[in-house]
Ligand binder design. Structure first.
Ligand code: ATP
Ligand code: MG
Length: 522
């Protein structure tokens, strides 16, 4: 049986009321629950206490005219618009027009009233009422959706956007939970084939016993994909918007699906905007770093070049003016100064260019299989010939380095920077040990000296470009070596650490995976 409509018949004539009741109960299309009142007063009282869907109103009541009744009805029910069908006598069309102007839906002439006429009139008014209610509901929903979308779009912070969205949609649909699931980007890019790692944002009941992996399979859920599209209009799946209801059975309505689709489209736009903002911020930050680096380069060059250039100029002009009269030994000394200072300046330029390549992510990285033991022992022999005999080199190799692949140029940079530090910062000489340890999937090497060491509190900063410790005194350097070394190590997928005690020496340890697949970042 369809829901009964509540009707109120207000007529002082009992016979008429009976007739209307009989006509209406015969309606094959609708079922009515009928109340009766024999005066306007009683009718108004009923309206106030029991809400009804329609009033059949006799225009001529003993205690009040139909027009007066309508005015009082609006007053007493605080303007609520219960539809009214007026019943008039023959020739009362003038009055009926007035009543229609006051909001009466229809009027019928009592004398001609037939069952089907009354039934049709009542059905039409009720149909109109249903459409109006639906229209109001749709307008209200549209208003809520617009407010919700505005709130979603007000933020550029992705987490905030997603939490706002789930909260607002959950309130709108009044379901147990709304969930936004982001399919894990890693699962996608690494092509692991498992697309089951989901990042979820949700709002609603804590009681739902939901397993994230079952979210997408459950029949109870209303699921809408969230798809991003870039400027080339290529679609990229991002995740899902899911409505879940388990406290009772729920048939999802088509307008609810429409809301979910609309929200999903708006979410995709908001997500893209937030992602764009993050990318811009990262680029801006990078740009700032580059600018800082460039100005540091200018400062360093002007500072570091002044002294050696002055020495070169002085030596060169002495040679030019007095070269003919100088002893061979002195001439040689000046030429040595020029050569040494020029070499120093050239290294500085090389280091800065290398560092700049790293900052711009443009360093070339090409790995080949390498026998590390052989590689390092030949580098150590090269070093040995360059330094004075105050330093003693010790080389230890244990384990197997089989299967190691690395970039020769970058490994040479790592070695030469660490080795030159070990020598430079142990001016009194001593042992410089190089240990190479081969493990199953990685190699570890460390260089240990017995030099000046590094103050503990300054150790963590020294991998930053241009950072030097306070105890270097007059030992030359620009503070680029460790930054370059760290960047080279990281390109190999490894890590570097430092262990040092002032005046007791320094140990720098490098761990590198034997094989490293570089992620392309540029
Ligand atoms: P360069 O760019 O010419 O290498 P640098 O040696 O000063 O200059 P880094 O190699 O980056 O620069 O080293 C940074 C700082 O770390 C050094 O200035 C020094 O203070 C400290 N340091 C590095 N290695 C050692 C070491 N083995 N013993 C003591 N201090 C060290
Ligand atoms: Mg150095």
């Amino acid at each position: 049986m369809p829901n009964a409509w509540k009707l109120l018949i207000i007529d002082d004539c009992a016979t008429d009321r009976k007739i209307y009741r009989r006509f209406l109960l015969k309606d094959p299309h609708h079922y009515y629950q009928i109340m009766e009142a024999d005066s306007a007063e009683v009718g108004l009282g009923l309206c106030q206490n029991i809400p009804c869907d329609l009033i059949l109103l006799d225009f001529c009541l003993p205690d009040m005219s139909g027009i007066e009744f309508l005015d009082q009805l609006r007053q007493k029910t605080f303007g609520s618009s219960v539809p009214v069908i007026m019943l008039t006598g023959r020739g009362d069309q003038e009055i009926a027009v007035q009543a229609m102007k006051r909001g009466v839906q229809d009027y019928l002439v009592k004398q001609h009233l037939k069952p089907d006429v009354l039934q049709l009139a009542v059905r039409n008014v009720i149909k109109q009422l249903c459409l109006q209610t639906q229209l109001q509901k749709t307008q209200e929903r549209q208003r809520l959706i617009a407010t919700m979308l505005l709130r979603i779009r007000q933020s550029l912070d992705l987490e905030e956007i997603l939490y706002t969205a789930v909260r607002e949609v959950q309130q709108l649909l009044k379901c147990d939970r709304i969930i936004v699931c982001q399919s894990s980007p890693e699962a996608d890019s690494e092509q692991t084939g498992q697309n089951n790692s989901l990042l979820c944002y949700w709002a609603g009941s804590d009681d739902c016993n939901l397993n994230p992996l079952e979210l997408l399979d459950s029949q109870e859920n209303l699921i809408v994909p969230i798809t991003l599209s870039d400027q080339q209009i290529v679609s990229k799946p991002w995740g899902f918007l899911i409505a879940h209801h388990c406290t009772e059975k729920r048939e999802w309505q088509s307008d609810e699906l429409e809301i979910m689709c609309e929200v999903s489209v708006q979410l995709a736009i908001a997500i893209q905007q937030a992602e764009l903002l993050t990318q811009t911020q990262v680029a801006l930050e990078k740009e700032k770093q580059l600018n800082a680096f460039k100005s540091q380069i200018i400062t360093t060059i002007s500072h570091e070049y002044r002294t050696p250039l002055a020495s070169i100029l002085a030596a060169a002009s002495t040679l030019k003016q007095h070269g003919d009269h100088l002893e061979e030994l002195k001439k040689h000394k000046f030429l040595h100064i020029i050569e040494q200072k020029a070499r120093h300046m050239s290294k500085l330029i090389d280091d800065m260019l290398v560092m700049n390549q790293f900052e711009l992510n443009k360093t070339k990285f090409k790995t080949i299989p390498l026998d590390l033991e052989q590689f390092f022992s030949s580098l150590i022999s090269e070093q040995q010939q360059l330094v004075s005999d105050r330093h003693e080199f010790i080389f230890h190799s244990t384990g197997s380095n089989k299967g190691f692949c690395g970039d020769q140029g970058l490994l040479r940079l790592i070695f030469s920077n660490l080795m030159s530090n070990a020598i430079k910062y142990s001016p009194k000489g001593g042992n410089v040990e190089f240990h190479l340890i081969g493990k199953e999937s990685e190699v570890i090497f460390f260089i240990q000296d017995q030099g000046i060491g590094i103050p503990i509190e300054e150790q963590s900063n020294l991998f930053q470009p241009f950072c030097r410790a306070s105890n270097v005194d007059t030992l030359p350097g620009t503070g680029l070596g460790l930054a370059i070394t760290k960047a080279c190590v990281e390109l190999h997928g490894g890590n570097i650490s430092l262990d040092s005690q002032p005046n007791q020496g320094t140990k720098v340890t490098v761990c590198l995976p034997k094989q490293h697949i570089q992620k392309s970042s540029h």
